[in-house]
Design a protein around this ligand. Structure first.
Ligand SMILES: NC(=O)c1ccc[n+]([C@@H]2O[C@H](COP(=O)([O-])OP(=O)(O)OC[C@H]3O[C@@H](n4cnc5c(N)ncnc54)[C@H](OP(=O)(O)O)[C@@H]3O)[C@@H](O)[C@H]2O)c1
Length: 352
């Protein structure tokens, strides 16, 4: 068993900060007392980790895009010792200004870290970041926890988890919901797939970036729940776009529509998001259209693996694909609404 050397400065910082409660007792962690409480013996593989006695960890974070930059900033604010890596180096400058060390490869960032978080685009990006010649696993040490916040396929996650075990590390899928705003404000909802022991160790890390943490099952299940969340959100967004457009065709103002729909059974996060974007005429990316379509396609792929048909999701995916073909992939997902609002007698009406 390897003891963890915690620098005196961190111990002092921890004392000053009024230590966080041990993970198993933190009410924000969605685990039942007794199932993964602090009394449970942890896995031998991760037993040397500090388990929140100090509440402060040596953390590496890879991927400082719209989501990752906010998460990384909150890890620093919580007092964790942070090293960051981003493929495009300039994106790490803002984190360096907050006190993060900047590594020049993912492997260098991971070396010596107790926890490695990552938030990159898709299956391929996670594979490169994890398994590449300068990837996280080549800098891993036994007992390290690798926490993937990217939204990727459950099947790929299980393969990566097996590779992590071969390297002596443990993979935890921890995709998030709450958008770039939730990432910046530390209010994300986090769906965890992995062992209960890992979740227990990750308490001080996860509570720095999220408000609600739920252990949904073994490896890959966090990703499945996330894909279901996004599938429902995508359908709701398409429904909101169609409904608002119908109101406009019928001569009802956007303000009136939102006032009524927002107070009734049609209300949803997607409706509010779309209404806000339309009111401000602002389609700067918060969640890109290409990522939205990626998640829908992943949900359809998981459905095929489970021999399930998802007819509504399939149709909505095609609506997003039309916009992607117009070169709008890097714009916000809500540009879907242009399909309706920018057309008078276009395909939108033809389809009716
Ligand atoms: N935005 C949201 O509202 C939201 C909400 C929940 C979940 N998510 C999920 O979170 C993940 C990240 O989303 P995001 O919005 O932050 O995306 P983003 O702004 O496009 O950032 C993507 C990040 O991944 C890095 N990356 C991509 N491919 C890479 C590769 N091959 N090797 C190394 N790094 C690579 C990018 O590096 P560069 O800077 O070099 O390009 C960047 O740091 C996605 O899986 C997304 O589905 C997003």
């Amino acid at each position: 068993m390897r003891p963890t050397a915690v620098p005196e400065s961190l111990v002092r910082a921890g004392r000053r900060r009024a230590l966080r409660p041990a993970a198993g007792r933190d009410p924000r962690l969605g685990i039942r007392e007794g199932s993964a409480g602090v009394t449970q013996k942890p896995d031998a593989a991760v037993a040397w980790l500090p388990r929140g006695e100090w509440g402060l960890l040596r953390v590496a974070f890879v991927g400082l895009g719209l989501m990752g930059r906010g998460m990384a900033a909150n890890l620093i604010r919580a007092g964790h010792q942070l090293t960051v890596y981003n493929r495009t180096p300039e994106r790490a400058n803002a984190l360096a200004a907050l006190g993060a060390r900047v590594a020049s490869t993912a492997a260098e960032a991971a070396r010596g870290a107790e926890v490695v978080g990552m938030c990159v685009t898709d299956d391929q990006a996670v594979e490169e970041v994890a398994l590449g010649s300068e990837g996280v696993l080549s800098g891993s040490a036994p007992g390290q926890l690798i926490v993937d916040h990217s939204t990727i396929s459950p099947e790929h996650t299980r393969r990566l988890a097996a590779r992590a075990v071969e390297a002596g590390a443990e993979w935890v899928d921890a995709p998030v919901t709450g958008g770039d705003r939730g990432a910046a404000e530390g209010t994300l909802t986090i769906m965890v797939g992995g062992s209960e022991a890992a979740l227990e160790h990750l308490g001080p890390y996860l509570t720095a970036i999220g408000r609600k943490v739920v252990h949904v099952g073994p490896s890959g299940q966090g990703q499945l729940v996330k894909l279901i969340n996004n599938l429902i959100g995508a359908i709701a967004l398409a429904g909101a776009a169609e409904g608002l457009w119908l109101g406009r065709l019928g001569g009802v103002s956007l303000g009136t529509m939102i006032e009524v729909l927002g107070a009734g059974s049609a209300n949803s996060v997607s409706l509010q998001l779309l209404a806000d974007r339309l009111a401000r005429d602002d389609f700067q990316p918060g969640f890109s259209l290409s990522n939205r379509l990626k998640d829908l396609d992943l949900a359809l792929q998981s459905a095929r693996a489970l021999r399930a048909a998802l007819p509504v999701a399939s149709e909505v995916a095609e609506l997003f694909r039309e916009r992607l073909a117009r070169g709008e992939g890097q714009e916000d997902q809500t540009v879907l609404v242009r399909r309706y609002f920018e057309t008078k007698d276009s395909s939108a009406t033809e389809r009716c």
